[in-house]
Design a protein around this ligand. Sequence first.
Ligand code: SAM
Length: 338
Amino acid sequence: MDQSLEQEPGSQEGSIQPFCFRHHQSSAPQLKRNGKKLKYAKESFVELTSPPAQSDYFCSLRQCLKILEIGISIALMLESSSAPLFIVFILLFILLLFVVLIRKNGTAALIWNEIIREKVTNFIMNQSKEQRILNFVLQNAVRGDPRSVVDTIDKYCSQKEWAMNVGNEKGLILDKTVEEVNPSVALELGSYCGYSAVRIARLLKAGARLLTVEFNPEFAAIARQMIEFAGVQDKVKLLEGPSQEIIPQLKKKYEVDTLDFVFLDHWKDRYTPDTILLQECNLLRKGSVLLADNVIFPGAPDFLTYVRKSPHFQCTNYPSHLEYMQVEDAMEKAVFLG
Ligand SMILES: C[S@@+](CC[C@H](N)C(=O)[O-])C[C@H]1O[C@@H](n2cnc3c(N)ncnc32)[C@H](O)[C@@H]1O
């Protein structure tokens, strides 16, 4: 039975908050988010009006224009009296506009966090952000306690530096799905620092295994240490290489018959080709569950169209937010029907 998850209003990223589980009748499900009704298509809940990331964008744009209007009026008043004051005001004003954009717009926030701030900090500290995350975990988390590792990464990334882990809010949707499926063999595409691998592994039953795929050697090395520190190394095998090369090797090289659960969280343009590859390699069985992150932001529109239109999948959408931010995002569950 499909369930839809909605975050309690006012709940915050970074702390574990209860989720409200709503059962929907398959005939006419309706879901509310921020007081707004969401329309549905097939078994998927989709917003058929403007996509959330875009509405966020227009909202922040409107706010910026308003500030711009006020700013221009004050600047015109100041210009006649003092030129230095005018320049200081303009600079402060640009800074304010930037802060508003970063808080409300996902693209602006990613440019600031991932490009400007991260590169400058890396240069100053002569260390990568991923290494800083690992160091923080090694110094502050409890060795052999996966929950403590997950919480410590969330603490670092919500308070110090943003990073592309699935995060706690969507992590709860991931947890719930893993618990429902109770997989014997799970696959993750995109390990990064190992946050979601640890999160999934801690829920696996005895004898079950998670294969996690990462093509960036630096991230793979960090993830291996994270997995080992969390004490879940016996359940997790990290496969280093591009997903499109690893997937065809799963049957023979890694003795996978079929996958019970697949978490898609690598580059978004690989979601559809890798789903097709999983089908072509006969790695999906009736009831295999795919869970895809970031289907709204940065967004995976091709994947949503593919699985929602395919007679081989039954889909459910879980509205949520981009990790450690207020930007709207969602996860898509696609159950393979055979
Ligand atoms: C969003 S991060 C994964 C986050 C991780 N699942 C978590 O929640 O902790 C995406 C990762 O996928 C990796 N990646 C992207 N495309 C890939 C591909 N085709 N094959 C393997 N890894 C890939 C990137 O290097 C990056 O580390």
